[in-house]
Design a protein around this ligand. Structure first.
Ligand code: ATP
Ligand code: MG
Length: 692
């Protein structure tokens, strides 16, 4: 209680001094906060006291400086890294306004550095070489390994030397198709060390998707492994690579070398299909190279990597990130949003094939010299308690995951969680989709024993790092809200004409100035970059997401704007309806789309997955509709409940509403690009259940 009061009091006192930055005005409405204390989850005094940002005042002070003096703010932070040569006097350049010419963003231009050096050598030289960099946990319990920072540096150097030896040069693309082995971050860091541009493709994509990505950037080398076990399934990655290389060569793109790691726990070398003039075993060549390798110094604006978005809304976009700004931004966001301390053991369940794995498995944590856990397998193998088993085994203190996993584990039952101690946990995190308040509470109360703040981080492949996120310890949380912007980020909510909305509002989420981690272009298609992100609302970066801001200034993501449903003139975010449905104790997951409706314009069509073992019934259908009525209002009541044994998801676990919309409107032959779908069978099951 004392801490509650302290927060509310300080928010009140700040009301007056908030200045003219609109976001600040919105943040501090102490009166309203005090009256709403029931919805608020306060950090404990114990947590706040030790946090990097212990209070709203401290946040405001730092935030204000980051907006009023971005050059000074970011220069101070950037100076903590190693730069061979300092950036030019003008620390950044931006044109986000399409009316004024081509879109261009630059940070730390003419600064010469290397991100691999900053992730590794810097820590070793500071005497931290013996600290564990990676704990690796295999799919099978009992299979594990570790690398210290010194050992990691050595392995990175060996691979870097090999790549140089086969002719990979600064600026060349390297396609990586690896599972969550230590070799995946090693490969990323080795590419960065020699200035090569990695394009990591999630090792779950089909041969066709991989071929598309290979043909896009035309690498000379592809790095993969022969096979991997995820749960009880073996996936033959090398076969997929073979098929994709065949396809790309038929289209005139030839890859000289396929460097293949022998993943013995999944498959023996003798059983692997082999093309002698092209394929090379990692273990036969890489360990023979020296363990030191001079770094290739690059400009801050030289490309670091290329990565495709998840493809939730259509054809994936090849997002290009550069070196310096991305480095400074991922490191800083990691440090603050997770309140990182050197003693932490950090686990992010995302695969390095996604942006989350780039920024918050590899670069962000390692720039901070953190101990990172890399898990090879499925989070529910051999049973749904595996995550907490791993947490206890390694004393994980920061656990970062996605709502889809939280909902799945919630459905599997509390007993899998309570069986484990979880005492080491300190901070939890969520990313990828809006987290439903009921899932938030389960995560907070059960997994974190009501002790660990949850950082619900809103960001995108395009943004490089966190944009709107809690800073644990700084202020009270509201379950389901991503709270406030990170330093240097100016989010705005605009209406359909592009007019900025003030105070309590709902609309299109845009950003009005650049931040260091912003993407610079879409690979090979700057025009699409401008059209997709900067033309819809001239003067702003448009995220594609809908968002509302409540009277206390907290941000609530409402889903993609393409998914907003308009029922008789009411604009309803999919997230809102889904969260109401998931409140029902027998509803495990829900996805809502709009369908054409004669009277209302659009009607609400809900796909519902029930808790295991619960039978479909008319009564249940009614009670699901009733819960939406009660929570939101009669206008939001679903017109149809469609039973769903499973939902179509991207391989990163997000619901693909685009496909659900087609099913809901019976346009069964127009699914479009489904290559990023995790399990295509789900679609057939849903079609079968359409009339039940
Ligand atoms: P595509 O752009 O190809 O359709 P995608 O947008 O799913 O794919 P990502 O860049 O991986 O690809 O995901 C970013 C999106 O994920 C955001 O635009 C937002 O819709 C959603 N998202 C991420 N984090 C959150 C969060 N904490 N709360 C709500 N939504 C989130
Ligand atoms: Mg997107």
């Amino acid at each position: 209680p004392t801490n509650h009061l302290r927060h509310v009091e300080s928010m009140k006192t700040l009301l007056s001094g908030a200045g003219n930055i609109s976001i600040l005005n919105a943040v501090i409405l102490g009166e309203a906060l005090a009256s709403e204390e029931n919805d608020l989850v306060f950090p404990s005094e114990k947590f706040s006291v030790q946090a990097h940002v212990p209070s709203p005042e401290k946040y405001l002070e730092m935030y204000r400086r980051s907006i009023e003096d971005p050059a000074g703010f970011w220069a101070d932070i950037a100076s903590e890294f190693y730069w061979k040569q300092k950036w030019s006097e003008q620390i950044y350049y931006e044109n986000l306004d399409i009316r004024k010419g081509n879109i261009k963003i630059e940070w730390f231009k003419d600064g010469i550095t290397n991100i691999s050096y900053n992730c590794l050598d810097r820590h070793v030289e500071a005497g931290n070489g013996d600290k564990i960099a990676i704990y690796w946990e295999g799919n099978e319990p009992g299979f594990d390994g570790t690398l210290t920072y010194t050992q990691l540096l050595h392995q990175v150097c060996q691979l870097a030397n090999y790549l140089k030896d086969i002719g990979v040069r600064k600026g060349d693309a390297v396609v990586v198709y690896l599972p969550m082995l230590m070799e995946l971050p090693i490969t990323m860091l080795a590419c960065a060390r020699i200035g090569a541009v990695h394009s990591v493709v999630f090792a779950g994509f089909s041969a066709e998707s991989l071929a598309q990505r290979i043909m896009d950037c035309k690498p000379n080398v592809v790095i993969t492994c022969n096979a991997v076990k995820r749960g009880s399934k073996t996936i033959y990655l090398k076969d997929i690579v073979d098929a994709s290389l065949k396809e790309s060569s038929q289209n005139g793109v030839f890859v000289d070398v396929c460097l293949t790691y022998e993943n013995q726990s999944a498959m023996k070398r003798e059983d692997t299909k082999w093309l002698d003039r092209r394929d090379i075993w990692w273990q036969d060549v890489v360990p023979q190279y020296p363990t030191t390798c001079a770094v290739e110094w690059v400009d801050a604006e030289d490309p670091l990597f290329l990565l495709y978005t998840s493809g939730s809304t259509g054809k994936p976009k090849g997002v290009l990130h550069t070196t310096g700004g991305y480095m400074v931004y991922t490191a800083t966001t990691f440090n603050y949003a997770f309140d990182y301390k050197p003693s932490d053991v950090y686990w992010c369940t995302a695969d390095c094939g996604w942006i989350t794995g780039h920024s918050y498995v590899t670069y962000g944590p390692m720039l901070n010299g953190a101990t990172v856990l890399v898990y090879e397998g499925a989070p529910n193998y051999p049973d749904p308690g595996r995550c907490w088993d791993i947490v206890d085994k390694y004393k994980v203190s920061i656990f970062y995951t996605a709502p889809t996993l939280v909902r799945a584990l919630m459905r599997d039952g509390d007993q899998y969680v309570t069986r484990y101690s979880r005492k080491s946990l300190r901070v939890l995190g969520s990313v990828g989709e809006p987290i439903n308040p009921s899932a938030w509470r389960w995560f907070f109360n059960l997994v974190g024993d009501s002790r660990c703040p949850i950082s619900d981080t809103w960001w995108q492949t395009e943004t490089g790092g966190f944009m709107i996120t809690p800073l644990p310890g700084a202020w009270p949380q509201k379950p389901g809200s991503t709270t406030f912007p990170f330093f240097g980020v100016q989010p705005v909510i605009v209406d359909e004409k592009g007019v900025e909305l003030e105070g309590e509002c709902s609309g299109y989420l845009c950003v009005k100035s650049s931040w260091p981690g912003a993407f610079r272009t879409l690979y090979g298609d700057h025009e699409r970059y401008e059209t997709a992100y900067f033309k819809p609302f001239p003067g702003y970066y448009f995220s594609g997401d809908g968002c509302s801001r409540d009277k206390n200034g907290y941000h609530w993501l409402t889903g993609r704007v393409d998914d907003v449903i308009n029922v008789s003139g009411h604009r309803i975010g999919t997230a809102e309806v889904e969260s109401a449905l998931v409140l029902h104790p027998q509803c495990a997951e829900a996805a809502v789309v709009g369908v054409e409706h004669e009277v209302k314009g659009q009607g609400i069509y809900a796909f519902v997955t029930l808790v295991d073992g619960v039978p479909y019934s008319e009564e249940l259908r009614k009670s699901l509709i009733a819960i939406v009525r009660n929570q939101i209002g009669a206008f939001a009541a679903p017109d149809k409940i469609h039973w769903a044994p499973g939902l179509p998801k991207t391989r990163s676990g997000k619901i693909m509403r685009r496909i659900l919309r087609k099913i809901a409107s019976s346009q069964l032959d127009e699914f479009g690009d489904t290559s990023t779908l995790a399990d295509p069978n789900v679609v057939d099951q849903l079609i079968d259940l359409a009339d039940s």
